[in-house]
Design a binder for this molecule. Sequence first.
Ligand SMILES: [Fe+2]
Ligand SMILES: [Fe+2]
Length: 315
Amino acid sequence: MKEHNLADLEAAFNEKLKQDIRIEPKDWMPDAYRKTLIRQISQHAHSEIVGMLPEGNWITRAPNLRRKAVLLAKVQDEAGHGQYLYSAMETLGASREESIDDMHTGKAKYSSIFNYPTLTWADMGAVGWLVDGAAIMNQVPLCRTSYGPYARAMVRICKEESFHQRQGYEIMCTLMKGSEEQKAMAQDALNRFWWPALMMFGPSDADSTHTQQSIDWKIKRHTNDELRQMFVDATVPQAELIGLTIPDKDLKWNEERGHYDFGEINWDEFWQVVSGNGPCNAERIATRLKAKEDGMWVREAAMAHAEKKKAKKAS
Ligand SMILES: [Fe+2]
Ligand SMILES: [Fe+2]
């Protein structure tokens, strides 16, 4: 068998990237590429799982049976997204258990948006429309990401995210056709979620440490600021169509650029929430820890059953 030296392996890896051939779990890959993917996919998986909490909060209070069934299906989808992503992460040799523990201790992050509370039913509209809408902007290009298992997981996830976005927008449309109180409730939800939704794309390109390397590796296809702009351009007309006002006095169509200009994001708030000081950080982690403890007996029973089966087979 031919001995491969590091330079050959690197050259083969770079050639695959160049030709848009997916990198698969058994392929050689640089350590830093593997680490970056583990970080990104695990953060993504944690976001799906923690993202179930703000909406789970409203399942028992949905205004009718149809809304309840739709919201329940949506929240269950997010659990599925977490499963696909943790599985994709495991193909890189990372441990699911450890990774989840890292989230619980704050070592691993999840999307800052889920540290905001969901105060009214209209928040279910705003979250689906804006948060899942922003997720789609981020995730559609990830269907072409260079790591095979991640790209394939994203294809199905994106189909479901588009249903999530539409169910949220439909709630907003319905409220905006309702009473003055309902319209005010929808506007209030937009006011609270607009800026945190823009923050979901991460720090501006100038302050983002990972972007360029991730683009060279074809893990990311667009920068944070490009994605944020795409989101603003797509969402502003949707708000205007149903009579909602984006809470940004600097928002203005720029004819020359062919894009909306928008106001400065409060980056202090962003870093505060990312570093654990958002309105619901402690509550979210406490809920996750309780779920882990409450479910421990199920995992222990499953392990004991698997051991017994293995012993039976061996005897
Ligand atoms: Fe999701
Ligand atoms: Fe979603």
